[in-house]
Design a protein around this ligand. Structure first.
Ligand code: FAD
Length: 470
């Protein structure tokens, strides 16, 4: 039962700050709250799963940040303003600018803080550029996986002296007559309902990708799509928000992905596409400018016959792909189809040879600039595809939702008039993102950007609110 009930007038357990959700956002919020809150303040992180993982652990774990020490050491000139400009450009101006400014400034500090204070061994991904990013600014764990990021954050949070209660699903918010959240009702693994009081509540329980009804309502184009994020993300933040008069924003925005190996269910990095691969359909025809971004490709692939596409690449790009653990998994699962000639490839994929030859000739012509790509992709910057050819059967998928509770630059949840609600904060996938209301507004990394940056802002803000007795 997801509900908002009147304050019961007393709680079995209390904690000054309660955080719901132990993905990147909740863990970072907890660490930041620990630093910001007065000595002796209590912090409790509630997590529905026994062992916290979230979409964070499923992700590639790449966090965009500009102006970091790591970039400086590598001589990469970048700034929060440049990242801000890239985010606004990708969203065609529709992202909420004050939030974009706040998170792009915060993420630089957050990455340096996570690495120097909490020992996270970030590396900078500098082999290729993600669509829409002006320079190399993706920060990741050396393993280049979200699982490694989640493990490192969990490890760091566990050193910070606050409990992380796995197997605790928050179901109920309790609210007093002034609109303050006074506590949370939590369903434990043993099906008990525990009532936990709080002074400040942070919602870090991500979005509603795992709730088919909410997806159908807000993102109908992805109603039938495979959800590739964490199942526990059922949209409680949005459901509670609606019950307490909070404003929702950018609800139709989401992160999709146009190359999930199918039926293997492994992410094929868009790096291949940025370095020369193309996406074709069952008629062996391209249907988009792959360099616009992977997110908008999800619905485009689903719109093809059978909801299927093929990533077409070659031996050179196979080497690049093998640098990504997800790609290696896909290859081990038998997702990569190899062929010495277009004839063999057409036969193996059961696609028309004439269509495949036309597509390969077209790429060649665009490469030498004797043709212009009707979709607007520039093929002159990378080598053409050469035999032996490779292909992976893919579909489009929903990764996570980008809409959520409207928040200000301090992560305070806003009411219908844009006024902050008394003691409720939201961040990461629980809050609106920085991609605007359309799938095409998602710039690579916007998800973990707001999980980490807004999570840290929320943690600090919770500490401040306690101090001020707000
Ligand atoms: C395949 C894939 C690849 C991705 N790659 C990237 C990438 O490289 N870079 C990037 O920026 N983004 C990426 N993303 C998006 C990114 O994973 C998310 O934006 C980010 O992890 C959100 O963090 P979060 O902490 O808000 O949510 P999560 O990590 O999902 O954490 C939310 C937690 O809340 C818990 N929870 C939910 N409801 C409740 C409840 N009622 N009570 C208690 N606990 C609850 C959940 O169990 C979960 O542990 C990717 C997503 C996917 C699916």
């Amino acid at each position: 039962m997801v509900a908002v009930l009147p304050d019961p007038g007393g709680f079995e357990i209390t904690s000054n700050i309660v955080i719901i959700g132990a993905g990147a956002c909740g863990l970072v919020a907890g660490m930041a709250a620990r630093e910001a809150a007065f000595d002796g303040a209590t912090i409790l992180l509630l997590e529905r799963d026994k062992s916290p993982s979230g979409s964070t652990a499923l992700s590639s774990g790449f966090i965009p940040a500009a102006g970091t020490k790591l970039q400086n050491e590598k001589g990469i000139e970048d700034s929060p303003e440049r990242l801000e400009a890239d985010i606004m450009a990708k969203a065609k101006g529709s992202a909420h600018f004050p939030l974009v400014r706040a998170v792009t400034a915060e993420i630089r500090e957050a990455i340096d803080w996570l690495s120097s204070v909490h020992g996270l061994p970030f590396i900078l991904i500098d082999g290729f550029l993600y669509p829409g990013h002006a320079t190399y600014r993706m920060h990741a764990m050396p393993q280049k996986t979200g699982a490694a990021l989640q493990a490192a954050l969990l490890d760091a949070a566990e050193q910070c002296d606050f409990p992380i209660a796995g197997g605790h699903r928050a179901e109920i918010l309790y609210r007093d007559g002034q609109g303050r959240i006074t506590g949370v009702g939590v369903r434990t693994d043993t099906d008990e309902l525990q009532m936990i009081g709080c002074d400040v509540l942070i919602l870090a329980c991500n979005g509603y990708g795992g709730n088919p009804d909410l997806v159908r309502e807000h993102i109908p184009e992805m109603a039938e799509a495979h959800y590739f994020g964490h199942r526990s993300n059922q949209g409680e933040a949005v459901i509670w928000g609606q019950k307490i008069g909070a404003r929702l924003a950018d609800m139709s925005g989401y992160q999709g992905h146009g190359s999930v190996a199918w039926p293997h269910g492994a992410l094929i990095s868009w790096a291949l596409m940025m370095e020369g691969a193309v996406l074709i359909n069952k008629d062996a025809e391209r249907f988009s400018n792959e360099h616009e971004g992977y997110s908008e490709q999800a619905a485009r692939v689903i719109a093809q016959r059978g909801g299927i596409g093929y990533v077409l690449f070659d031996e050179r790009l196979l080497g690049l792909g093998r640098g990504f653990p997800d790609f290696v998994d896909a290859e081990e699962a038998g997702a990569v189809i190899s062929a010495e000639t277009p004839e063999e490839l057409a036969q193996k994929l059961k696609i028309p040879l004439s269509g495949l030859e036309d597509t390969l000739h077209h790429i060649q012509d665009c490469h030498t600039a004797s043709s212009v790509d009707p979709f607007g992709r520039d093929f002159t910057t990378h080598p053409v595809l050469n035999a032996p050819y490779k292909a992976i059967r893919v579909t489009g998928a929903l990764f996570h939702t980008q809409g959520g509770l409207d928040v200000d630059e301090r992560a305070r949840v806003l009411d219908q008039n844009g006024i902050p609600l008394p003691n409720l904060l939201a961040a990461g996938g629980a809050a609106r993102g920085v991609s605007g209301p359309d799938v095409s507004g998602y710039l690579s990394g916007n998800g973990l950007l707001t999980a980490v940056a807004l999570g840290r802002i929320a943690g600090r803000q919770a500490g401040r609110m306690l101090e001020a007795g707000e």
